[in-house]
Design a protein around this ligand. Structure first.
Ligand SMILES: [Ca+2]
Ligand SMILES: [Ca+2]
Ligand SMILES: [Ca+2]
Ligand SMILES: [Ca+2]
Length: 293
């Protein structure tokens, strides 16, 4: 694609769900949280404007009615993407799609931020479709669940002004991480696991057998007891081969980071595994060298 077309393309597209196809609030959706367009576009980085302004952090989820849509028992929300979301094994961690709800970690040592379980993790199922007619359930996904959204890399937990450096809503948390890994840990440890990721529920489309999807359907089954909330859904950006620190160039910094972490890829990265085996080895070093800027 010529550069000008690429620029126009970039301006016309964003990595988030673009349209609401349908919404059925079901039974018991949270009062006021029934505008499905709240799930379109970028998830919330800063919440509570005019009420209780605060950054969205792992301990401080979004809570405004224009930020979230609630899906009651038996309800469903269908969203579409303008550009297909590909099952791309070269995405970081092999993750293709990220769903953002409104979970948070309970701060067991307020306000210093020590993880003591989660709140507002309300489950819900995720189905995907290429045409909006034939649906495939993504097994093992609980849509309103770990990981809580984090809006800024450089903010404190409960800051009342936005940070300067935004997190990356198209970069997932390491899918090998579980809440057990972080329970009892403080904000600094959490920060290391998140790195520049904005959190959310990581989804790998590989298990669906679909090469790409354009529609997502989020449901709360008629047997559910909780109503999930949805803030947004993102299409994961591919990683440039060899670019470990994702700064757009492949150079000695990337090579050194890979060499320093040779062996089993540490939980949370660095993103030096380019063949999806969660090992950083010679084949990954060759990918770095072979894509030198
Ligand atoms: Ca929730
Ligand atoms: Ca939202
Ligand atoms: Ca780099
Ligand atoms: Ca590897």
């Amino acid at each position: 694609m010529p550069t000008t077309s690429l620029i126009v393309f970039a301006l016309l597209t964003n990595p988030f769900a673009d349209s609401v196809i349908s919404y059925d609030a079901g039974t018991g959706a949270t009062d006021g949280y029934t505008d499905p367009t709240a799930a379109i576009g970028e998830p919330t980085r800063f919440t509570g404007e005019g009420v209780w302004p605060s950054v969205v952090s792992q301990f401080n989820p979004p809570f405004m009615t224009n930020e979230l849509v609630s899906i009651g028992i038996g309800g469903e929300l269908v969203l579409s993407f303008n550009e297909p979301v590909l099952d791309d094994p070269t995405n970081p961690f092999g993750i293709d799609l990220i769903v953002f709800g409104n979970t948070g970690f309970i701060d067991g040592s307020w306000p210093s931020g020590v993880v003591d379980g989660m709140f507002s993790n309300d489950g819900g199922q995720l189905e995907v479709s290429t045409d909006g007619e034939t649906w495939v359930l993504v097994e093992g996904i609980s849509v309103d669940d770990a990981w809580p959204t984090c809006g800024f890399v450089d903010s404190g937990i409960y800051d009342d002004i936005p940070g300067n450096e935004t997190t990356n809503f198209t970069l997932s948390i390491d899918p090998r991480l579980t809440v057990d890994h972080v329970n009892g840990q403080g904000f600094a440890a959490l920060h290391n696991y998140y790195s520049t990721s904005g959190g959310g529920v990581p989804v790998d489309l590989a298990s669906t057998g679909l090469a790409s999807i354009s529609f997502v359907r989020i449901t709360a089954s008629p047997n559910a007891e909780l109503s999930p909330e949805i803030d947004g859904v993102s299409d994961v950006a591919p990683q440039m081969p060899g670019d470990v620190d994702m700064n757009g160039v492949v150079n000695v910094s990337d090579l050194l980071e890979a060499v320093a972490n040779f062996g089993a890829m540490p939980l949370g990265g660095p993103l030096a595994d380019f063949n999806g085996d969660f090992m950083i080895d010679v084949s990954d070093l060759l990918t770095i060298i072979g894509n030198w800027s």
